[in-house]
Design a protein around this ligand. Structure first.
Ligand code: NAD
Length: 259
């Protein structure tokens, strides 16, 4: 049995992170690189990914920037190919990229529904399938999904976001199903369900100053989360420290669910 420092050590491992240019994706990349992983920083804008790559390289790590829209199958396949070509393997996939759009349900257009589902759910399917095929060949791997506490759970109201909540509920369901389907290939899959975290995604929510104050007031920890507080759990789930976990959804929400 490895000692506990070794269990969190990512030396020699290769991690692909989607939505890695900013917000939580950026801190997942840094957390994995700090622990020794070689990181593929992927997002819709390569230029911003390159800044994260430089940040990692400045600290002595290894990383590469890859442009990829996760709803585009051929772009996803190219991203996984690039990871293999650059670093030789894919040990970890962090499905993190996502969007939220606030719309009145009765006014919502079909394209608006499709856009969110295409990225947040279908995109996770495409990335997981492409990475899992490589992991199967290698003899194993780990997938970490970023879901949300807003996935249809009791106690979490998130108005005007039906496709977002449906997509995140879908990610939780996919996690349970794939934990069974991928276990014969030694591939583990788990989902983190964050509460409200300080990233550009919540800028529209913060515009309602009274609403956000009331929401924070209800939380036992009385504050929003920081991206790094999610990334430390990504590192745990990506590493051998979580070797007996698969099919789980882990809420990290400042206590939101108990209020
Ligand atoms: N911030 C929160 O409070 C919160 C809470 C729960 C869950 N989440 C989830 O966390 C994840 C990260 O979000 P964040 O809060 O860091 O927000 P963010 O907006 O800062 O980051 C999302 C990233 O995804 C990228 N992205 C969007 N569409 C893409 C596509 N088609 N292909 C590739 N990349 C794409 C964006 O360019 C961006 O860099 C998302 O899945 C989000 O749903 C966020």
């Amino acid at each position: 049995m490895k000692n506990f420092k070794e269990l969190f050590d990512m030396e020699g491992k290769v991690a692909v992170v989607t939505g890695g240019r900013q917000g939580m994706g950026r801190t997942h990349c840094i957390a994995l690189a700090d622990a020794g992983a070689k990181v593929v920083v992927s997002d819709i804008s390569k230029e911003d990914c390159q800044k994260v790559v430089e940040e990692i390289k400045d600290k002595g790590g290894e990383a590469v920037a890859v442009e990829c829209d996760i709803s585009d199958k051929s772009a996803v396949e190219k991203m996984i190919e690039k990871a293999k070509e650059t670093f030789g393997r894919v040990d970890v996939l962090v499905n993190n990229a996502g969007i939220v759009e606030f719309r009145d349900f009765l006014e919502m257009k079909e394209e608006e529904w499709d856009k969110v589902i295409n990225i947040n759910l279908r995109g996770y399917f495409l990335c997981t399938q492409a990475a899992a095929r490589v992991m199967k060949e290698q003899g194993g791997g780990v997938i970490v999904n970023i879901g949300s506490v807003a996935m249809g759970q009791m106690g979490i109201g998130f108005p005007n976001t039906a496709p977002y909540v449906a997509s995140k509920g879908g990610v939780a369901g996919m996690t349970a199903a794939l934990a069974i389907d991928l276990s014969p290939y030694n591939i583990r899959i788990n989902t983190i369900a964050p509460g409200m975290i300080e990233t550009p995604m919540i800028d529209p929510v913060k515009q309602d100053e009274e609403g956000i104050k009331a929401m924070i007031g209800r939380l036992p920890l009385k504050r929003l989360g920081k991206p790094e507080e999610i990334s430390s759990a990504v590192l745990f789930l990506a590493s051998d420290a979580s070797s007996y976990m698969t099919g789980a959804v882990v809420n990290i929400d400042g206590g939101w669910l108990v209020t």
